[in-house]
Write a protein that binds this ligand. Structure first.
Ligand SMILES: Nc1ncnc2c1ncn2[C@@H]1O[C@H](COP(=O)(O)OP(=O)(O)O)[C@@H](O)[C@H]1O
Ligand SMILES: [Mg+2]
Length: 301
C-alpha cells in the first residue's frame, strides 16, 4: 500500500478532529479526499506528512511508519499544503533551488529546469513569487512537491481560490503528473473528484462516510429518485408514507411535497392511484434528476 491508515484518531483538546479513520490507497491510485470545511481533511494530511502526531492509531506511507520513520516518509511524499505557503519574496528558481536543497536533490539545476517545463513555468521562472497570479503560485507549489520525484503526492485543496480557467489547468496538471504516482487530493468540490480521481473517500466530522470508486458513486446517485408532486388539497401524509418504495416525504408547502423513492420502483402511477383513492387531483408531478452532488450532500448533511 502507498498509504495505510489504521484506526487513526486525532483530538484537539476535547474535540475529535479524526475519529477511528481507516484508509488504504494502492500505488498508482488518484484518490479524492472529499468533505465539507472542518471535516478533518487537512488534519489527516498533516498526520500523513508528519507535521502533527495522531492521538492514537497508526499511519504508514510506502510501508514506513509516519511516527517512527518520519524522514523515510518525507522522502517519499510530495506535499502541497493548504493555502500553499511559500517564501513570496524569493524568485521562482531561487525558491525551487532552496526546496531542492532541503531534499538533497541530485543534479539540482537540471531537475529544476525539468520541473519548470513540466508545470509550465517557463515564462515566469525569473519572476519573484509575490508577483505571480494564484494559478502560477500553485504551479510553483506543484513543482516544489515534485522536485524529489516522490512516489506519493498529497495535495491539500490544490484548486481552492483559483479562477475557473486556472482550476482546469491545475486539474489537468495533477491528472498528468499523477499518472506515475499515487495521489491523495483533498477538495470540497464533488465535480473536482469526478474530473480528476478514480476513487473518492468522503469524510464528515472526522469520520469516513463513503469510500468508493467514482463509477459506483455514480450508480448510487441513480439509485434514488425525487418526485415533486402537487395535490389539489393537502393529503394525509401518514397514508402517503405507506406507499411502497417511498423513503421520505418533505413538505414544500400546503399542497406541494417532495417524495424520495427507490429508483427501481416506479412511484408515479402509485401517486396517481393514491390521489384517486383519496379524492384528490394532481396539479403537478415532476421527477427531479439526482446527481452525484446530491449523494455528497446527503452523506455529509
Ligand atoms: N490546531 C488546531 N487546534 C484546534 N482545533 C483544530 C486545529 N486544527 C484543526 N482544528 C479543528 O479540527 C477540525 C478539522 O479541521 P481540518 O482538518 O482543518 O478540516 P478540513 O481540512 O476538512 O477543513 C475542525 O473543527 C477544526 O476547527
Ligand atoms: Mg483543510
Amino acid at each position: 500500500m502507498s498509504i495505510s491508515v489504521n484506526a487513526v484518531t486525532k483530538k484537539y483538546g476535547n474535540q475529535f478532529a479524526l475519529n477511528n479513520v481507516n484508509i488504504e490507497i494502492k500505488p498508482g491510485e488518484i484518490v479524492g479526499f472529499l468533505g465539507p470545511n472542518g471535516a478533518g481533511k487537512s488534519t489527516m494530511m498533516k498526520i500523513l506528512t508528519g507535521y502533527i502526531p495522531q492521538t492514537s492509531g497508526k499511519a504508514f506511507v510506502c510501508g514506513f511508519d509516519v511516527e517512527e520513520d518520519p524522514i523515510a516518509v518525507k522522502k517519499r511524499i510530495g506535499y502541497l499544503p493548504e493555502h500553499n505557503p511559500q517564501y513570496t519574496e524569493m524568485y521562482v528558481k531561487e525558491y525551487l533551488s532552496f526546496c531542492a536543497g532541503l531534499f538533497h536533490v541530485k543534479n539540482k539545476k537540471a531537475r529544476i529546469a525539468e520541473m519548470i517545463q513540466l508545470v509550465g513555468l517557463q515564462k515566469e521562472q525569473h519572476k519573484i513569487i509575490d508577483s505571480l497570479s494564484k494559478g502560477y503560485r500553485q504551479r510553483v507549489g506543484l513543482a516544489q512537491a515534485l522536485l524529489h520525484n516522490p512516489e506519493v503526492l498529497i495535495l491539500d485543496e490544490p484548486t481552492t481560490g483559483l479562477d475557473p480557467n486556472q482550476v482546469v489547468e491545475i486539474r489537468n496538471l495533477i491528472k498528468d503528473t499523477g499518472k506515475e504516482k499515487t495521489v491523495m487530493m483533498s477538495t470540497h468540490i464533488m465535480q473536482e473528484v469526478e474530473a480528476v480521481c478514480d476513487r473518492v473517500i468522503i469524510i464528515n466530522r472526522g469520520e469516513i462516510v463513503a469510500d468508493k470508486p467514482i463509477a459506483e458513486l455514480r450508480k448510487l446517485s441513480k439509485s434514488s429518485e425525487v418526485i415533486e408532486v402537487q395535490f389539489s388539497a393537502p393529503p394525509d401524509i401518514e397514508k402517503m408514507k405507506q406507499i411502497k418504495g417511498v423513503n421520505r416525504i418533505t413538505t414544500v408547502n400546503d399542497t406541494v411535497y417532495r417524495v424520495e423513492t427507490d429508483a427501481d420502483i416506479k412511484i408515479s402511477p402509485k401517486l396517481v392511484q393514491f390521489a384517486i383513492d383519496n379524492d384528490l387531483e394532481i396539479n403537478k408531478l415532476q421527477t427531479e434528476e439526482q446527481n452525484i452532488e446530491d449523494v455528497f450532500r446527503k452523506l455529509t448533511s
